[in-house]
Design a protein around this ligand. Structure first.
Ligand SMILES: [Zn+2]
Ligand SMILES: [Zn+2]
Length: 276
């Protein structure tokens, strides 16, 4: 938004000195311009950033002459002293170029900056139009490059998206495989557990059967070794000749008749037996 007609700190250019400089000579060999116009243009260059020392360039001199012509023919009236040059302000240029002549806002902003960077002042409207024609391709190229970069990053994003989806799919696949493996292992464990349980039951049944048998045997043994008369003491007496091992010594002595208590046959003798 600044006008670049800043006062330079370097000394005012003297026309007599400047006209011997090569840039003035080069300009004069190309164009036929009256001295007063040239003086004005050189003074203008002297007021640009860096002063005359930084602006001794025959293209700049040419540009300054044309710029001053453009300012003189500006359609907007200049308040103030007649004959004094007034630059177009940024706001004026915005109204003329963007609002009235419909140059795109973005192009306007970019070109104003580019112009100021190159020349040290803001353009007049005709200079802007000329500059726009010159820079149109460059602007389009910039837009195109921006779009291409955008497209490229979009493609990259899509690539990333695809990679992400692939990773997610792989993860999902692995998750399903683990799940299946877990189920398989659980089933195997369950089968093993059931097998263990039936083994346990079988073992239990075997134990119970053994215990029953043992009990039976014990009962059988007890029945055999207990005296069949008193059912208290061990059998001790073997009757002859029937060979029945039936009673204890006490019960034998108390028998009323000399008969075997089991078969009731008269015994002829007895033998005392002892269990080892
Ligand atoms: Zn007895
Ligand atoms: Zn007997």
């Amino acid at each position: 938004m600044t006008s670049n007609l800043t006062m330079a700190s370097s000394p005012e250019p003297h026309f007599e000195e400047e006209k011997n400089q090569s840039y003035v000579k080069a300009y004069r060999s190309e164009f036929d311009v009256p001295d007063d116009k040239l003086v004005e243009a050189i003074e203008y260059l002297g007021r640009l950033p860096g002063g005359i020392v930084a602006n001794r360039d025959h293209r700049k001199l040419n540009q300054a002459v044309e710029h001053i012509d453009n300012l003189r023919s500006r359609p907007i009236a200049v308040p103030g002293t007649p004959g004094v040059l007034k630059e177009y302000s940024y706001d004026e240029l915005y109204i003329i170029l963007v609002e009235r002549n419909h140059y795109p806002m973005k192009d306007f902003e970019k070109l104003m900056k580019k112009f100021e960077d190159r020349f040290g002042y803001l353009p007049s409207p005709p200079e802007f139009v000329e500059f726009y024609e010159e820079k149109k391709d460059e602007l389009e190229k910039e837009v195109k490059e921006t779009n291409e970069a955008l497209l490229e990053s979009q493609v990259m994003l899509q690539g990333n998206q695809i990679a992400l989806e692939q990773i997610q799919q792989a993860l999902e696949q692995e998750r399903r495989e683990r799940q299946a493996l877990k189920q398989e292992m659980q089933q195997a464990l369950e089968q093993e557990r059931q097998r263990g349980q039936s083994l346990e039951q079988e073992l239990q049944r075997m134990r119970e059967r053994e215990e029953d048998q043992l009990e039976e045997e014990v009962r059988y043994m007890i029945k055999r070794v207990v005296c069949k008369v008193c059912f208290e003491k061990e059998v001790e007496v073997l009757f002859l000749p029937c060979y029945h091992l039936v009673s204890c010594q006490g019960c034998k002595e108390q028998l009323a008749q000399k008969k075997c208590p089991l078969c009731r046959a008269a015994y002829q003798g007895t033998i005392r037996v002892y269990f080892a």
